[in-house]
Design a protein around this ligand. Sequence first.
Ligand SMILES: [Ca+2]
Length: 103
Amino acid sequence: MKWSVRLLMVTAAVRRSAAASEQELLEFKQDFLEFDLNKDNQIDAQEVRAQFKGNLDAKELHQFFIDVDKDLSGTISLQEYVDYAASLNSGGESTSNPYRAPE
Ligand SMILES: [Ca+2]
């Protein structure tokens, strides 16, 4: 029975090396929902600040939005957040992403 466990672990490792797995996407989505306090499906600067409870200075907050808010809307959509989280997970190897929906 040990073998099947080992095989599962190897399979998981292979999946992890690719793009974000379905499991990771679910986790990212969960993170996003925690940020989105007023449930409008957008994270704004106020919500990010609330989440970090003052441990984020204005410069870091600004940089966060530069990194994540790719369409410069001033708010972060789930799509943008998932793209950002996936790029962190994969070591930021690529700026293109297969998850981006056309706006
Ligand atoms: Ca929101």
